[in-house]
Structure formats: structure tokens, C-alpha cells
Ligand binder design. Structure first.
Ligand SMILES: [Zn+2]
Length: 246
């Protein structure tokens, strides 16, 4: 079974064909909430589709603008198994007080994730140094989604016990190909970030496109697609502390 550990299928982009997209292939989809509304939609989607796992969070880009929603989002965590989308975005957010606030909010999510043993699937753009410093104070189940750092950073995340998630864009992204080559398969996950980050520029991405990431990982590692798919699935089950199918 395929795993898309990070998607946004609650967005309008899927209003016309969501049913079809969710059922198109044999896949588990983690839907990440970016604010209170989309976190609620994540929970609704999981009620509707058995292969959708809901995650709730507040995207770092919305800190400031939507921060008043934070207490409501924190309350929703009790209803889900995964915390996402949370993180640090220094690519779009240049203001130093907002960046500081992103760290403070992420710490709140980390505290809850640590206390409740829930995985956090994090968005890190430009904030890798701060993330690495922050996580040293917590014991977390961590996934860095659409990982964009160096091989050295990836190794530090893995030494910490975290996972690196690979999107389909790996088919045309040399830096991510290096990550795949240098990281053990047991430390990788796959995702799409649908509808964003398509393998082809400008095209709507969808969860079943994780197949493209699986194909590229298989090629780079010299393994069969089936083997890569199974190991990634087992990695995901391990992350959620669920039984691995035999
Ligand atoms: Zn996302």
C-alpha cells in the first residue's frame, strides 16, 4: 500500500473529483490541516474515507494572521493521531518577531506531541538550524515533510530518530536525489503535498503521484518498487506505533 504522509485534499482544488482522487489507488493519505477550518475538514474527511488519516495544525505562514485560532487547534489534537501542518517558514516570513513567534508556537505543538506520543509532520523552509536546536530538548516522533536540507541535516534528523519525507518532485530535483541516495530506506517516507509541489510544474498534484517518488527511490537505491513501497509502508506503521502487516 502506498503512503502519502502529507497532503491537502480538503482544498478547493479537489472539490470536483475528491472521491475519485482518494480512491484512485491503494493508498493511505494523511491530510494536514493548515488552520482551524482545514483541521476540522481533515477530521471530516477521515470520517468519510477510511484511507484518510487526519492531522491538525497551524501552518507557520499563518502565525500572526490566524494565531487566535491556536487554542481551538490545540484542543483538536485530542481527536487525532498526527500533528501537522506545523513548523518554521523563514522563506516567506522575513519578520523577526513573527519568526520568533513561529518557534514559540512550534514549541507548544512539540510539548503536546511529546506528552501524548503523537507524531509531528513538520514544514521547515529555511529554519533547519533552529529546528535542530529545538528538537534537542524534546523526545518526539518527527517527520520533516518535503525535506529541502543538506545530507548532513538529514543525518542529524535521523540520528535524532526522525524521518525524511520525499515528494514526487524528486524526479527532477538533484538535491533530493542526493538525500535519497545517502539516507537508509528505513528512514524515508513519501508524500505529495497535494495539490502543491507537482512533479510537473504548474500541474495539480494528487496523492497517487507518490508512485512517482517510489519509482525514483527504487531506481536510485537499485531496489524493486514493491520493496520500496513495503518498506515505506512499514516505516509509516512504525511511526504510528501500529502493527506491521506480515
Ligand atoms: Zn503542506
Amino acid at each position: 500500500m502506498l503512503v502519502d504522509c502529507h497532503a491537502h485534499i480538503d482544498t478547493d482544488d479537489f472539490d470536483n473529483d475528491r472521491d475519485e482522487v482518494v480512491k484512485k489507488c491503494n493508498i493511505i493519505i494523511v491530510n494536514a490541516g493548515v488552520d482551524y477550518n482545514s483541521s476540522l475538514k481533515s477530521i471530516d474527511l477521515a470520517n468519510k474515507y477510511t484511507n484518510v488519516i487526519p492531522a491538525v495544525g497551524l501552518h507557520p505562514e499563518f502565525i500572526g494572521e490566524k494565531e487566535k485560532e491556536l487554542p481551538l487547534i490545540l484542543e483538536l489534537i485530542s481527536k487525532v493521531k498526527i500533528i501537522s501542518e506545523v513548523g518554521l517558514d523563514y522563506y516567506w516570513i522575513k519578520d523577526s518577531s513573527l519568526r520568533k513567534r513561529q518557534i514559540e508556537v512550534l514549541q507548544k505543538f512539540f510539548e503536546i506531541g511529546e506528552k501524548e506520543g503523537k507524531p509531528l509532520i513538520v514544514h521547515i523552509r529555511g529554519g533547519m538550524k533552529d529546528l535542530l536546536q529545538l528538537i534537542s530538548s524534546y523526545k518526539l516522533k518527527l517527520v520533516v515533510h518535503a525535506f529541502e536540507g543538506s545530507v548532513k541535516d538529514a543525518k542529524r534528523i535521523i540520528d535524532y530518530g526522525g524521518y525524511i519525507s520525499i515528494p514526487p518532485i524528486v524526479v527532477r530535483d538533484k538535491q533530493r536525489q542526493e538525500i535519497v541516495k545517502n539516507v537508509e530506506l528505513s528512514n524515508l517516507l513519501t508524500e505529495t503535498d497535494s495539490p502543491f509541489m507537482g512533479a510537473k510544474k504548474g500541474e495539480r498534484n494528487e496523492p497517487c503521484n507518490v508512485r512517482l517518488a517510489i519509482q525514483k527511490i527504487a531506481e536510485l537505491k537499485g531496489l524493486s518498487e514493491e520493496e520500496v513501497e513495503n518498506v515505506i509502508y512499514n516505516n509509516f506503521m512504525r511511526l504510528l506505533n501500529l502493527q506491521i502487516r506480515s
